[in-house]
Ligand binder design. Structure first.
Ligand code: A2P
Length: 340
């Protein structure tokens, strides 16, 4: 019989945790026991993992010796506190928070881009899952970088509220309902109204005027591509979309890449689906392609009229799937296939 692995899902009641549980079943991950862990507030409640109904346990009292793999998505502070304990107990952690991403001895992995880095998990027993916006951008850009050498990336993101978590989804729904009934929308999760609005602010402001979400795209691109010469200039925005992030990506390459060449490379790239017809609707969107699907969709590929070696494209993916749960589970699949 094929070997099975006991898996702990930390943050099992959250927006990402729920998708992790359903994707373990959907992808037929060879899971033995699946432990659904969250705060004491949700201990005893039920969550689903495919056909299985699981009872949520309190993370604080869980014995990580019972699991070989831990999928963490309960926030940076929880990972800071529990991931090292889990690793010390022999449970390899795949961490979806930003807490360990920039540590030199922690691999940061997008399986389509740098799968070879997974093997470096042995130092600390932790593998970091990158930021959702970085993942989808790099799945699309890796084949173009290999072919023509990316010197610079200018990117604007249009990120859905599910990236913030369940409370943010509720806030968008509630504000929309209240506003349609001509009431006053109250903002709690976001600093300003998100319904029918766009907020140019994700995560905390940094001294250089960028936000942390923007700097994550800078730091993570360099680390995952293994190329410190790539310059990245992001603006990240939150939009009133529930599932799926969109990105307007502009690149400048060392060698000129035509739109036709780029489309050919993208059509063969792992994890990418090209939707690029120059007519109304001939492009991917968060709601129609991204949400609920696994691939990274690329469209609107065209040569930049303002730069001799510039290329523009539109990149869409489900932020909870490829941007979080799917990428983590793909890492776990490679981990068991090659190392455990
Ligand atoms: P809980 O539902 O018990 O609060 P989201 O990103 O959708 O907001 O979800 C956050 C996830 O992190 C939830 O599963 C949440 O569990 C979990 N979480 C938050 N705080 C803790 C904590 N102190 N200990 C364990 N899990 C936590």
């Amino acid at each position: 019989m094929a070997k099975k692995y006991d898996v702990a899902v930390v943050g099992a009641t959250g927006a990402v945790g729920e998708v992790m549980l359903s994707m373990l079943a959907e992808r037929r991950f060879p899971a033995g026991e699946v432990y659904a862990l969250a705060s004491s507030r949700s201990a005893g409640t039920k969550v689903r993992c495919g056909d299985r109904e699981l009872t949520v346990s309190d993370l604080a009292t869980f014995d990580f010796r019972k699991a070989q793999i831990g999928l963490f998505s309960a926030g940076g502070e929880i990972s800071a506190q529990y991931a090292p304990k889990a690793a010390a107990a022999g449970c390899v952690v795949i961490d979806n928070t930003a807490h360990f991403r920039y540590d030199d001895d922690i691999p940061l992995v997008v399986p389509e881009v740098n799968p070879g880095d997974i093997g470096r998990y042995t130092t600390r027993g932790i593998i970091a899952n990158p930021n959702c916006s970085t993942i989808q951008m790099l799945v699309a850009l890796k084949p173009l970088h290999d072919a023509a050498g990316i010197e610079r990336i200018n990117v604007c993101t249009y990120q859905s509220v599910s990236g913030t978590g369940k409370e943010a989804i509720d806030e968008l729904m509630e504000q929309t309902r209240v506003l349609l009934e001509r009431g006053q929308a109250a903002a709690h999760v976001y600093p300003k109204q998100i319904a029918f609005n766009v907020l140019p602010h994700i995560d905390v402001f940094q001294d250089n005027g960028y936000t942390k979400e923007e700097m994550k795209m800078v730091w993570e691109t360099v680390k995952i591509m293994g190329d410190p010469s790539i310059r990245v200039n992001p603006t990240t925005a939150r939009v009133p979309v529930v599932y799926g992030h969109s990105e307007a990506v502009h690149i400048e390459t060392r060698r000129k890449l035509t739109a036709a060449e780029a489309l050919e490379l993208l059509a063969r790239a792992p994890g990418v689906v090209v939707v690029d017809e120059r007519k109304p609707g001939g492009y991917p969107t968060a709601v129609t392609e991204g949400a609920g699907h696994d691939p990274v969709y690329v469209g609107r590929v065209r040569e930049d009229i303002s730069h001799p070696r510039g290329l523009d494209m539109w990149v869409v993916a489900d932020n909870l799937r490829k941007g979080a749960a799917l990428n983590s589970i793909q890492i776990a699949e490679q981990l068991i296939a090659r190392y455990l």
